[in-house]
Design a protein around this ligand. Sequence first.
Ligand code: HEC
Ligand code: HEC
Length: 319
Amino acid sequence: MKKALRLLLYFLFGIVGLIIVFLCFVEFTGIPRYEPRPPQLKVEITQARIDRGKKLAEILCRDCHYNPATNRLSGINMLAPSQFGVAYSRNITQDPYYGIGSWTDGDIAYLLRTGIKKDGGYAPPWMVKEPLMSDEDIYSIISYLHSSDEWVQPVAVADTESKPSLLAKILCHTIFKPFPYPDHPIPVPDSTDRVAVGRYITVVAADCYNCHSADFKTNDPLNPEKSKGFLGGGNELNQHDGSDIYSANITTDKETGIGSWTEDQFIQAVRFGFIPNGKTVRYPMVPRPMLDSLEVDAIWKYLQTVPKIHNAVQQVAYK
Ligand code: HEC
Ligand code: HEC
């Protein structure tokens, strides 16, 4: 009996020791690096692609990369210190030294798809990854980054290194791994299939599902519908001052979701931030006026097809 107990103790010490060695390794090596394998790619720039790219950048990139002081996508301290640490986004203007002016189209596409930067570093949890975006939309974002729009004109602002938390480092060594670069073309959804269009906006082009499912850590970016609590809300996020806020349940459950809303109320909330109780949505939910009513209508139609989740999300008092 005693011997068994001693063995068990040795075993437990062994496990604890291994965990400590792993944590030290993670703390010192930081976010992992990978060998970048950017594709050969030269995007043909058209005005239509620039326009589409600007819209996608307004929805997907602006909130994190736009700096009002420079009126450029020159990077910011992302204010809300979160469970993942203190994050600074980067200068993604055309400046060849401080920005991404020296990146090839392949380098940009490779980062957006896989999460691996030109220097081989893995872009941590804050930076979006787009493994499911249509090729056409990736080309549009790249075209926009090369355009004469003022947000992307070169500005000599140096990047500040982010300070990922131990949790962010552990996750990047375990569950947050680079996505494979797609080995097949990814088409734009058929525009006559409004539910498919709505799904694409919800899980790809406006990334709603990412915040609105249970937790970033259990989201499944390659199969978004398999994310825990898909669109059922409750994801713990941070307001500008760092205080907690929880994403809303946007499934059509009558009591805890938006099942009793009218489509017009939904459009008002998504485009302008006005919600039926007379309040406005708080950061990090940002109104999306650039989505037109037809697009929000498509999201609405898609949400009617998503399984309802009964989940009363914790409410945070308005300040
Ligand atoms: C939720 C916040 C967030 C969003 C949204 C976001 N980014 Fe980023 N991005 C970051 C952060 C933070 C980094 C810095 C990563 C690091 O520390 O390595 C970054 C890094 C980058 C880099 C690497 C730059 C370099 O010098 O290494 C590029 C390029 C980039 N982002 C482009 C984009 C584009 C294009 C979009 C829109 C499709 C976008 N980002 C959306 C937060 C974001
Ligand atoms: C960056 C994270 C984030 C993204 C992206 C996001 N949301 Fe939200 N959303 C939130 C949070 C947090 C709340 C709760 C805000 C509050 O309580 O004031 C919210 C609230 C809402 C509400 C109000 C629900 C209610 O019951 O009051 C709707 C509707 C909504 N979001 C729809 C969407 C749609 C559609 C998209 C994509 C176009 C989207 N959201 C993208 C975080 C996000």
